[in-house]
Design a protein around this ligand. Sequence first.
Ligand code: PLP
Length: 450
Amino acid sequence: MTSPLTSGLAPYQTASEEDLAAGRRALMGGGVAGQAAFIVDHGSGAVVVDTEGREYIDCTSQAWSLGIGYAHPRIAAAVAEQVYRYTHIRTGFETVPKLLLAKRLAELAPGDLKRVAFTLSGSDAIEGAMKLAMRNRDGASTFLSLWEGYHGRTFGTLAVSWPHPDNIFGRWMGPVVRVPAPYVYRNPFGEGMTAEECVDACIHFTRQAILHAVDGPIAGLIMEPFQGNGGMIEFPPSYHRKIRELCDEFGLVLIWDEIQTGFARMGAMFAADLYGVVPDIMVIGKGLGGGFPISAILVSERLRGFKPGDHSFTHAHFPPSMVAALATIDVIEAEGLIERCRQMGTYFTTRLRAMQARHPLMGDVRGPGLMIGIELVRDRDTKEPARKEAAWVVREGMRRGVIFGESKYLGLGNIVKIKPPFVITEPQADRVLAVLDELLTELETRGLPS
Ligand SMILES: Cc1ncc(COP(=O)(O)O)c(C=O)c1O
C-alpha cells in the first residue's frame, strides 16, 4: 500500500490561511480543554509533528487512546484493506471482523466476562452497562458511584461522574449516590489513617449508604479501578476485593469502567488482571481501537443480556474499527507492549520519585505502568492543590515539545499526567523528564508568571 504521505497525494491535508481561519470561526469549542497551539500534520510512535515540522512527545496518547502509538502500519494496512471491501455495515448484519473481534475479546476477558456488545464511544458503552445492570436488577434505577469518578459526558454518565461545578444539566440526570473512595493521599475521612484504615472507612461508609441513603432498590455500583480523569487515583488493592464482596452481599451489579485502564496501560491487559478481581460488567474503549472509535461491554455469562432495541446505534459495529481493534490486540501481543509498558512505567516513576526530593511542588507520584499522575501542591503540609501551576506546566510543556495531560478540565485539576504511547523510547522519556524538571524549577524559583 502506498501512503498518501509518501505518494504526495494528500486530499484535504492542506489549506489556505483563509480557509483555516474560516474553519476556526465556524468550529464551536467542545468545552473540553485548552486549544493546542498547533495544527497536526502527522505522527509516528510517541511523537506528533505539526504543519511547521515541529515535534512533540505526546504524553496524552490523544486522550489515552493511542497506546500502540501514532499511525501504526499494521492498523493502517488492516483498515485500508477493510475500506476497499466495505465501510459501513449496520448492526443487524454479520461481518467476519465483528465475529473475530467478539471471539478475541471473549478469550482475553477475565473470569466469566464472555459476552460482548459493541458501541462506539466510552459514554455510550457505559450507558449500555448501566441499562444491563437495570435489566438484571428488575428495573432498579439507582446507582452508586465513587467520588472523583469519571464515566463520560452524556446525561447518564454525567450523573455517575464527579459533579461539574457548573453543571446545568441536572434535571436530565438519573438517581445516583456518590460514595467516598480510598484516595489515600487525600483521605476523605481526614489525616492520620493508614491506607487499610482508609479502605475500611470507605467500605463502611458505602455499606451505610446502601442501607440508609438510597430511595428504592440499587441497580449497581460503577467505578474505575484506577481513577484517571478525576485525579490519577490508585486504590489499595484490598479495596477492590472488599467492594466485590460488598456487591455480592447486596446482589449489586459491579461495573468496572476500564476505558482508560484496559489494553496494557497499567502493565497488564486489564486492571482486573492486575488486581485479581472480576466485575460483573467491564467496559472498554479508547486504547482498544488503536486510534479508531470503538468501545465494548463485556458481560458475565450469569447476567441477562439486552432486549431488542435496548441499546442500538447506526454505526455501532463499524467494520474499520473492528479490524483496527483486532490489529491493535495483535500489535500489543507481537510487540510485547504489556511488558514494555511495565518497564517504561518503572523507568518514569523511579526518576519522578527521585525528582520529588528536589521539587516541593511534587506532592505525590502515582500509578503503575504508563498511567502516571504527579499531584502538584502549593504546600506539602496543607496539600493545597496547585491548579494554576499544573495548567501552566501543560501549556508551557507544549511550547517546549512535550504534551502533558492534566486532570479534570479547564484548569480544574492539579495533577499532571504522563500517559504516553507504550512505544515511547528511553531518550524520549528522558526528554519528558528534563522538560518537567525545568518547568518545576522555574515555577519554584520565579513563581507563576503574572
Ligand atoms: C474512564 C472513562 N470512562 C468513560 C469515558 C468517556 O469516554 P468517551 O469520551 O469516549 O465517551 C472516559 C473518557 O475520557 C474515561 O476516561
